[in-house]
Design a protein. Structure first.
Length: 169
């Protein structure tokens, strides 16, 4: 019985770790493949965890509050996290080359950025505010869009390309 369980666990781990380098073995990147914004329907993202969903009757802008995550989008092949805060501010980070666990790195490989956001119709406009003495992100989205409301899902827009984000815990 122990051998059978060990075999199943080993197979599951191998399947989870298989893939190419970069974002190819990143489960967020695999779940957030881009879609065309014009001419085709945009699929809703996966169901966010129930512990972070505000009341169903809450305003859409209130429901956006919280952290969202995406593994890659177009030419961007790294994780991006964005946290929409009450009052129209946001903080974000691009995990360009994060330092491996338990390693000593000169540079963390994480680029923080921040700014202000507004919601009009289903478009989340962002305006970046520079962080003094910090490297600026190179591939900023034009905006974010609300892809669906039941469950709430958003995407990062680059021209016709829209990449879905997942609500993070």
């Amino acid at each position: 019985m122990k051998v059978m369980i060990a075999t199943i666990v080993s197979a599951a781990l191998a399947a989870g770790c298989a893939g190419s380098s970069g974002s190819g073995n990143d489960p967020i990147a695999q779940q957030n493949s881009p879609v065309e914004a014009v001419g085709s329907p945009v699929p809703a993202a996966t169901q966010p965890p129930t512990d972070v969903i505000p009341e169903p009757g809450a305003q859409l802008s209130e429901r956006l509050v919280g952290m969202w995550k995406n593994g890659s989008c177009g030419e961007r092949e790294y994780v991006r996290e964005i946290t929409f805060e009450r009052g129209g501010t946001f903080t974000a980070s691009d995990r360009v080359a994060p330092c491996p666990k338990d390693a000593n790195c000169v540079w963390s490989g994480i680029i923080p950025w921040k700014g202000r956001w507004t919601l009009e119709d289903r478009t989340i406009a962002i305006r970046m505010e520079p962080i003094e003495h910090r490297v600026q992100p190179t591939q900023l989205p034009q905006s974010f869009v609300v892809l669906g409301e039941a469950p709430l899902s958003i995407g990062e827009r680059h021209d016709k390309l829209v990449c879905p984000f997942q609500r993070a815990k």
